[in-house]
Design a protein around this ligand. Structure first.
Ligand code: FAD
Length: 352
């Protein structure tokens, strides 16, 4: 049996919830389909010590401030999961969990959303599936020969899993720095490799300042002024307290990236070799867009061309989260509200 809703939101993480909040306010009929059985999106799966890079009040979705976490300035992922679970309950968002969307198809004046629990007919679709489901690992010579453990950021949980091992952490972004710091501060023998020297943001800069910079960039672009470069122009790594502590203790000095893995370690172009028991690839993510393949919209870098959140090649489709290409700071807790509001407003006009 085919079910029907004016709007189907695919993904019930923070981006899907923010969309739900604004659709509800505008009186639009919608349903949110989420592949996981419990609330919280990707925050349910991060490593134990992860801390947000902004205080709670600066990590809030529309309508409800995130309460502070007792004893913590920067909340942990568990606190975010609790906040998101409370948020969807508070606004009674219509979420169907454990429903995986396999494909979105054009079907005359409708979009047909095929799931593992039947199909939906919708006049518009918001895709908010995040990136966690698509970890990216670069190809490196000898990767298949390495006899140790290889895992991505998505598979890292805690230093105790590496007791007595030599860990090699690859990646110069926030995940790489935080995981290298987590391991090193716990006394694990840790090497940290980055493609270019790590670029730490100033110690006084956290997510609040980053949001201001992203907003200034949006204003500049909207006014037709020169692109300020946004957050990326400031640096790559927010110096959250554990990162700062490890760096200040001299435990966080990066080496250049190795060019080859051997059975028991890694080798650099000058022939230097070092042993490793585990390689942790903190090398980023790609947008999880497989369900949109039937629409044939993918362009360069796997992105879908958008005007704001609206797909240029399919105006009934909006994209939220993923990265700055769907709107400045759209992939952050505090930033997604604005893009969700824009999408909901455009959809309401489309539905008239
Ligand atoms: P997700 O949280 O990934 O939610 C997507 C949901 O869609 C999931 O529940 C998923 O199961 C579901 N889904 C996916 N595909 C399908 C499908 N085909 N069918 C049905 N359901 C599907 N942001 C901040 O604001 N502050 C921070 O401090 C911060 N720290 C971060 C640290 C790390 C390590 C990472 C990776 C990101 C961080 N972010 C931070 C960025 C961002 O807030 C998170 O990535 C956030 O989880 C993105 O939310 P989302 O709703 O877009 O995606």
């Amino acid at each position: 049996m085919t079910q029907q809703a004016d709007v189907v939101v695919v993904g019930g993480g923070q981006a899907g919830l923010a969309a739900g909040y604004h659709l509800r306010r505008l009186g639009v009929d919608f349903v949110i389909l989420d592949g996981q059985s419990t609330p919280g999106g990707a925050w349910q799966h991060t490593w134990d010590s992860l801390r947000l890079f902004s205080p709670a009040a600066y990590s809030s979705l529309p309508g409800r401030l995130m309460p502070p976490q007792p004893g913590e300035v920067y909340p942990d992922a568990g606190h975010v999961v609790e906040y998101l679970a409370d948020y969807e309950k508070r606004y009674a968002l219509p979420i169907q969990r454990g429903v995986r969307v396999d494909g979105v198809h054009r079907d005359g004046t409708f979009l047909r959303v095929e799931t593992d629990a039947g199909s939906w007919r919708a006049r518009s679709v918001i895709s908010a599936t995040g990136t966690w489901a698509r970890p990216f690992v670069p190809a490196v010579v000898g990767q298949e020969l390495f006899a140790g453990r290889q895992l991505h950021t998505t598979g890292y949980r805690r230093p105790a899993d590496f007791t007595g091992q030599r860990a090699a952490v690859v990646g110069g972004g926030n995940s790489g720095a935080q995981i290298a710091a987590d391991l090193a501060l716990a006394g694990i023998d840790t090497a940290w490799m980055t493609q270019r020297p790590p670029r730490f943001l100033g110690d006084d800069i956290d997510g609040r300042a980053l949001f201001d910079v992203a907003t200034a960039r949006r204003h500049a672009l909207e006014a037709g002024r020169t692109d300020t470069g946004g957050v990326a122009s400031l640096g790559d790594i927010v110096a959250v307290p554990p990162v700062r502590a490890a760096r200040n203790a001299g435990l966080l000095s990066a080496r250049e990236m190795f060019t080859e893995l051997t059975a028991t370690g890694m080798r650099w172009p000058d022939g230097t070799w070092a042993a490793a028991d585990a390689v942790i690839w903190c090398t980023g993510f790609r947008p999880a867009l497989a369900h949109l393949t039937p629409l044939q919209l993918r362009g360069g870098r796997g992105h879908i061309a958008t005007d704001g959140t609206r797909a240029i090649g399919e105006p009934r489709l909006h994209l939220l989260g993923y990265g700055d290409w769907t709107g400045p700071a759209s992939a952050t807790l505090i930033g997604v509200g604005r893009t969700a509001r824009d999408a909901a407003q455009q959809i309401r006009i489309l539905l008239r």
